[in-house]
Design a protein around this ligand. Structure first.
Ligand code: ZN
Ligand code: ZN
Ligand code: FE
Length: 764
């Protein structure tokens, strides 16, 4: 009576996340018959039952998906009713349009953790335990659809017991593609630096013992190798710094439980949620006073990057070591994370031992980094756990686009239809090694998504490696996108805005169409184009990029500009450590306009003021001084310095010379750096809000987006939001990084809009 049939199509992250078993279970409970299968578009269900039952079925699918699944779209069409007597999961079907997303890697679930610590369980201490709710996905996938034969688990035939679980609809491992156990799955071993296997009854326990004694161990994890050491040992962490050739950049620390994380950092509820999320990112949080961590973990830094164990291997290793471990990407300072067993050669100088396994990591994927800004998470690095989840586009692209990203912190983006997928963090493209893996990662993602790009987007900068890559691609439609326009477009895309918007893009540097370095920009933008309404007064960079490391050069140029060459250099502690001769050289470069390009980057102001206020001559890694300057700011200080928004020029110019003069006077008077930094932040906040308000006054109430690496600074981001007040619709980047790691999304949308316009014009 009243038997109906429906074909239900579900798009989104629905493969490899226990979606079909869960559909099966709801169908069983409701008495729905039919079948469910993965296809290259997502999941398709054929369901037969009464109208009432089928309505309920659809409701339940939408309301209670498995934790790691995310439904982007669900639709159904009526089909002729069939009198089938059961509900089945059928084999995957390959179809021509391939939009499905392979799910991201998922942190180990509580059930699996319980099993590996249960001596009675057959997976007791098994480091590759997983189920439909957790485990490796993206990093082991070779192709779509996401099924075991298309993963690096293909070479491990399941034993009888595992096969039974895999086939039992009532089991947590029903169709868990990486299902494995000690009898049939991957295995661990320990190698010494010469590559010989170390005899050990239990490789994890053995590794934990040497870690406790101070050794550095390279651990093959989910998306690559980590270098691990005892985070409470000064000697061990110092040795790690030396061998990794990393002076100061903070290392991330891993612990097993939330309670342990709370001992290391003062965690807000939002930070606790984030730590425990299936994505398991590194969370930047305030370090606890008595954290017990060696200072060398994050020297002179009030923050600490904490993450929870996200594989069974981590859980076992941390439990055996009984203390927090530094877990940092295994690489030399600027190289990409090592992920292949052949990379071990490169790691020999760094690690005392290697804890490795025989499951291949197909795609490199670094740990993601998140910080709470304005009360909600903002991704600083979007990689493991988030990639390859797609970003839905309010306005889809006309033709598939590959956007090649920027130079530093590179991540590329593929957009097709109304979806965009950002690739994993590739890192800094200066390194030739990185370029190889960059190209490979792009090709693999094209295959996964079944996208053949027709439009190639790249940065306007002629010397970026990503630009060279774009120009070497065979596709003929290429669009060069201005860096800050791309930042703004990325924020627009993330928030479903199609423009126009007021975009504030503050970062270190980006190539301007006039050949100068931009980076303190207020744009009014659509995807197709932008107007530059205001910018920061430029600073001269004596020696070009050298001034970015040697921040005293920028400070000198800034101070000279503010005091019109009559700066009281002798009274400023920063310059007392620099010889007269070096000061003169820089001054001559600036005044003679010789190798001293103009830079508008807000980041340069952070560098220069940080150098002056903290007496730091040099940044040991990119952004170090700017970050230190942010971290030192006194949260209670409300004072601000002067500024002038010059509206007689085009674009308007934000002139901060008054601020520089007052800050220098404070430095000379011995005012604490915490207060000078706070006043600097307050000034920049007020000046930025004033620029935005001035633009809104002439352009009407447009939405405002804040983007660029500087807005990963909570004080600046939160300050500008607060200063603009509740009447202004202001958005921060959250799921897509505000820094250059998120820029490819914006490039893709700009390239789409620009290439549409040229193809739509007659004869264009
Ligand atoms: Zn699990
Ligand atoms: Zn097995
Ligand atoms: Fe940038």
């Amino acid at each position: 009576m009243g038997l109906q049939g429906r074909r239900i199509e579900v798009l989104g992250t629905v493969q490899g996340v226990g979606f079909r078993p869960w559909i099966y279970r709801i169908a069983q409970t409701l008495g729905v018959h039919g079948q469910v299968h993965n296809d290259t578009c997502g999941v398709t269900i054929e369901a037969f039952g009464s109208q009432e039952t089928l309505d309920r079925f659809l409701q339940l699918i939408e309301a209670t998906p498995p934790p790691a699944a995310s439904i982007r779209r669900m639709s159904w069409t009526p089909i002729p009713a069939q009198d089938v007597r059961a509900f089945r999961i059928t084999a995957s079907q390959a179809s021509t349009s391939r939009q499905s997303s392979i799910p991201p890697d998922l942190g180990t679930c509580m059930d699996c953790v319980a099993e590996i610590f249960d001596p009675e369980d057959r997976r007791y201490r098994y480091p590759f335990t997983n189920c439909t709710n957790c485990g490796p996905r993206f990093t082991i996938a070779l192709d779509v659809p996401y099924d075991r034969p298309a993963t690096s688990m293909a070479r491990f035939p399941m034993c009888e017991a595992c096969q039974r679980e895999y086939e039992d609809p009532g089991n947590r491992r029903f169709h868990a593609q990486p299902n494995a156990c000690p009898r049939c799955g991957p295995r661990l071993r320990v190698l010494d630096p010469s590559g010989d296997t170390v005899e050990a009854l239990d490789a994890v326990r053995w590794a934990a013992e040497v870690l406790v004694k101070g050794a550095l161990v390279a651990v093959k994890g989910l998306g690559g190798f980590h270098l691990a050491c005892d985070a409470t040992s000064r000697e061990a962490v110092a040795a790690l710094r030396l061998r990794k050739r990393r002076d100061a950049k903070p290392f991330a620390v891993m612990v097993r439980t939330l309670a342990q994380a709370q001992r290391l950092a003062e965690l807000t509820p939002a930070e606790c949620d984030l730590l425990q999320s299936v994505e398991r990112p590194i969370v930047l949080a305030r370090r606890a006073a008595d954290s017990g961590l060696a200072d060398e973990v994050a020297p002179q830094n009030p923050l600490v990057g904490v993450m929870l164990a996200y594989t069974p291997l981590h859980h076992l290793l941390l439990a055996d070591a009984g203390r927090p471990l530094v877990m940092t990407s295994a690489n030399l300072s600027d190289e990409p994370i090592a992920f292949r067993d052949t990379d071990l050669v490169r790691l020999r100088e760094m690690a005392d031992f290697f804890l490795i396994h025989d499951r291949e990591i197909v795609t490199r994927c670094d740990d993601s980094v998140v910080r709470i800004i304005g009360g909600a998470p903002a991704l600083l690095r979007r990689s493991r756990g988030y990639v390859p989840r797609s970003v839905g586009l309010a306005r889809g692209v006309a033709r598939p686009v590959l956007a090649c990203g920027a130079q530093l912190k590179n991540a590329f983006c593929l957009a097709s239809g109304d979806l965009a997928v950002l690739g994993p963090h590739v890192g800094d493209l200066d390194d030739p090694e990185v370029l190889v893996s960059y190209g490979e990662a792009i090709e693999r993602m094209e295959r996964f998504l079944g996208v053949r790009p027709e439009v190639i987007a790249h940065d306007l900068h002629p010397d970026y490696v990503s630009t060279a890559y774009a120009l070497a691609r065979p596709e003929r439609t290429r669009v060069a996108v201005q860096h800050h326009h791309a930042h703004v477009a990325s924020a627009m895309a993330e928030h479903g805005l199609t423009g126009p918007v007021v975009g504030v893009a503050f970062d270190g540097t980006g190539y301007g169409p006039d050949g100068s370095a931009w980076g303190g920009e207020v744009l009014v933008a659509t995807f197709k184009d932008f107007e530059r309404l205001a910018t920061l007064r430029p600073i001269r960079l004596a020696g070009g990029d050298r001034a970015i490391r040697q921040v005293w050069r920028t400070a000198l140029a800034l101070v000279d500009d503010a005091f019109e060459g009559k700066a009281p250099l002798d009274d400023i502690p920063l310059f007392q450590g620099i010889t007269q001769q070096r000061l003169e050289v820089v001054r001559r470069m600036v005044s003679g306009d010789f190798n001293a390009p103009r830079a508008h980057g807000a980041g340069r102001y952070f560098d220069a003021l940080g150098a002056l206020g903290l007496g730091l001559q040099e940044a040991r890694y990119e952004g170090e001084v700017a970050l230190a300057w942010n971290l030192v700011a006194d949260p209670g200080e409300t004072k601000a310095y002067g500024y002038h928004l010059d509206r007689t020029t085009e674009p308007w110019c934000l002139d901060l010379r008054a601020m520089v003069r007052e800050a220098v006077a404070d430095v000379i008077a011995g005012v604490p750096a915490a207060r000078i930094s706070a006043a600097f932040h307050n000034t920049l906040v007020q000046a930025t809000a004033a620029m935005v308000r001035a633009v809104l006054a002439i352009r009407g109430p447009l939405p405002v987006v804040l983007t660029g690496g500087c807005f990963q600074n909570p004080r600046l981001a939160e300050g500008v939001c607060a200063a603009l007040g509740p009447d202004v619709d202001v958005r921060l980047q959250r799921l897509v990084p505000a820094g250059d790691g998120g820029i490819a999304l914006g490039q893709a949308l700009v390239a789409d809009a620009v290439s549409r316009a040229t193809t739509e014009e007659p004869g264009g």
